[in-house]
Design a protein around this ligand. Structure first.
Ligand code: ATP
Ligand code: MG
Length: 655
């Protein structure tokens, strides 16, 4: 890409693993060496974490790249691996989920109970005609039945696609259609910010939109809120209540074996850079990487209480709530609500009450807590936390240090995990017992994964240089294709470095002088100002390091003189009020000082909110539309689609 990407981030703080953690760590320096010496042998060993009905005969078949087959000939049942075998191994009474509902209702589900629930749901789906290979759509809030529905599909070999409960009926309709879903599992509604909001009507609308073309035979509805369904919502014959068919079903269900390459699910990407892609994951390889990375990155021990705050409508909720932790027999918290309902200390109360020891969340949440103030988490006992994780975007160094100090008691290591829907599991992350971490850097590939930072011709850049992030060797959890579109799969990920056979991740990255990896944001988002290439991530981190700024998003907007100009959108911290009359100049000067005059934003706009996806990623393409005075593009995958109106309204005054 360019030399100019390497002039930034003069971060020199380092955090070594706590001695006790290092002494008992799941992953050690030797693990890296073993994996490097025999990569496929290493993954074959990790596959033995799973229980196979029939052993695989070959680790990887890469004879038809980029179409991989992992653990060839092996057969397994994913749900059996995540549930039944723990019960058989005497862990039936261990809690799988401490469910915490937003209104304050709680429910503990043991592995034995989970086995019954999943078996009942599998029997009910079978009665509704769902067979192995039949696609099922799941459109639900964060309640135990959502996890049960996913595992029941896995048990039947019926691939699922989970559609985020916050999406509109349009987004749902296009996914049902694209996926060819035979059944939909949903709820009457869910709780959000203290009130019940309906879900079922969106399913009705989606199916009405599809009309005769709808592939859906049945809609299975969980009663969560008990709210009245709108007049005419119930379609006899099509709609069935979960409590009628699942609770009445037998708890006996024999899991069938499926091929290692049997489709497990399709997850649509966030659409931050374009139309969402239906990413296909299969069974044996995916579950191996999910199980291994959960154990390794989080240094998971049997008595840990783990909490991942992601929604199951995002890949993180798939790999690091539903599949990875349960494959390890972990105990976890499942929380339905938002961080500020009924109060801004809600998460910390959940940590305190459940003695959470491992917390996995996104930088956007951390910045929100920073904005709300240190005194809120300080009111709670967070001493149970021993390890913290971050995912979704680069964590700004300021947010990292705040997280470590205010949530991690100044001692808990932070694992900054880089991965994608496409990669299925962690790819780059510190290992908490080994890595001396730098705030803002995802550090190094996890054992068994090979990545590189390369220039436009696919040549590795040296330390201290920036370029494009690629994965140089196939990995078990890799996507197998884009659902129904092999050409787009090849085109999107494998054509850019076809000669070298590298997977192109679409992210810019930099190697520092020690070879640590710093993610710099999407290649599509890189700005070109007077011939200098600038990273959104670095300018955003510079803005967030200013005491008045809570969040920042930076885009490049067309500019007659410089080609592109830096436009920044910032949210101020609560204690900063309106920032004062000189806030814009103050921030422009701050960026120039932190990074250099070339990075000085042409415009700084103070806004109340930023457009984000369900996973908390900023949709920069929409902000680019604003910065270039265009009509705002597709907003269907925003967590809250009204945000763009808020921003436009706020700005129209000063234009
Ligand atoms: P789309 O491809 O439709 O734009 P998406 O890429 O936002 O959707 P995900 O697969 O959830 O959907 O996001 C993966 C991307 O998130 C990565 O490519 C990277 O840009 C970013 N990301 C995730 N984790 C990290 C991290 N720890 N550090 C930096 N960036 C990260
Ligand atoms: Mg992506």
């Amino acid at each position: 890409m360019s030399e100019n990407l390497s002039n930034l981030l003069k971060e020199d703080r380092r955090f070594a693993p706590p001695a006790e953690l290092a002494a008992n760590a799941n992953v050690t320096q030797e693990t890296y060496e073993a994996a490097a010496n025999d990569r496929l042998g290493f993954w074959a060993e990790q596959a033995e974490r799973l229980t196979w009905g029939e052993p695989f005969t070959e680790v990887l078949d890469w004879t038809n790249p980029p179409f991989a087959k992992w653990f060839v000939g092996g057969k397994l049942n994913v749900a059996y691996n995540c549930v039944d075998r723990h019960v058989e191994n005497g862990l039936g009474d261990k809690v799988a989920f401490h469910f915490v509902g937003e209104p304050g209702d709680t429910r503990d589900i043991t592995y034995a109970e989970l086995k019954d629930l999943v078996s009942q749901a599998a029997n009910a789906l079978t009665d509704l005609g769902v067979r192995a290979g039949d696609p099922v759509a799941i459109y639900m809030p964060m309640i135990p039945e959502a996890v049960v529905a996913m595992l029941a599909c896995a048990r039947l070999g019926a691939p699922h696609t989970v559609v985020f409960g916050g999406f509109s009926s349009d987004a749902l309709a296009s996914r049902i259609d694209g996926f060819g879903a035979k059944a939909v599992v949903t709820t009457d509604g869910g709780y959000r910010r203290g009130s019940a909001s309906a879900l079922k009507p969106a399913v009705d609308e989606a199916l009405a939109k599809l009309g005769d073309a709808s592939p859906v035979g049945n809609v299975l509805v969980v009663r969560r809120t008990g709210q009245d369904l709108p007049e005419g919502s119930w379609a006899e014959g099509r709609d069935v209540w979960w409590h009628d068919v699942v609770e009445a079903a037998s708890t006996e269900h024999t899991p069938e074996l499926f091929d290692a390459e049997h489709p497990l699910y399709v997850m649509y990407t966030s659409g931050t850079t374009g139309k969402p892609k239906g990413i296909l994951h299969t069974s044996g390889g995916y579950l191996t990487q999910a199980a291994y990375t959960f154990w390794a990155t989080f240094d998971h021990k049997p008595d840990d209480v783990y909490w991942c705050t992601a929604d199951i409508g995002w890949v993180t909720g798939h790999t690091y709530i539903v599949y990875g932790p349960t494959a390890n027999g972990a105990t976890q918290v499942l929380y339905e609500g938002t961080p500020d309902s009924p109060h801004k200390g809600r998460w910390w109360e959940v940590v305190q009450e459940n003695k959470v020891s491992i917390l996995y969340t996104a930088p956007t949440a951390i910045r929100t807590f920073m904005k709300w103030g240190d005194e809120i988490p300080a009111e709670f006992d967070l001493s149970s936390l021993r390890l913290l994780g971050s995912v979704g975007e680069s964590i700004n160094p300021e947010a990292y240090v705040w997280y470590r100090e205010n949530i991690g008691g100044g001692t808990a290591p932070i694992v900054d995990t880089w991965w994608q829907t496409e990669t299925g599991g962690h790819m780059i992350s510190p290992m908490p017992g080994v890595t001396e971490s730098k705030p803002g850097s995802a550090m190094a590939p996890v054992p068994g994964i090979e990545v590189a930072v390369v220039d436009n011709d696919g040549r590795p850049v040296g330390n201290g240089q920036g370029g494009l992030l690629v994965v140089t060797e196939p990995w078990p959890g890799m996507l197998r294709t884009i659902w129904g579109d092999d050409e787009r799969y090849k085109d999107t990920y494998w054509s850019r470095f076809a000669e070298q056979g590298y997977y192109f991740a679409g992210d810019g990255a930099k190697l520092d002088d020690d070879g640590a990896i710093w993610l710099l944001g999407r290649v599509d988002d890189v700005m070109n100002v007077s011939g200098h290439r600038l990273s959104t991530t670095e300018i955003e981190s510079a803005l967030v390091s200013h005491p008045k700024v809570a969040e920042a998003a930076v885009v490049g907007a067309a500019d007659e003189t410089t080609g592109q100009a830096v436009c920044a959108f910032v949210i101020l911290r609560e204690e900063a009020g309106d920032g004062g009359a000189d806030i814009v100049e103050e921030l422009r000067t701050h960026v120039a000082r932190e990074i250099g005059p070339i990075a000085k934003p042409r415009q700084v706009m103070v806004v109340p909110e930023l457009p984000k996806t369900r996973s908390g990623k900023i949709m920069r393409r929409l902000l680019r539309d604003v910065a270039e005075n265009r009509e705002v593009g597709d907003v269907t995958t925003l967590a809250d689609s009204s945000v763009m109106d808020l921003i436009s309204k706020g700005l129209s005054g000063d234009k």
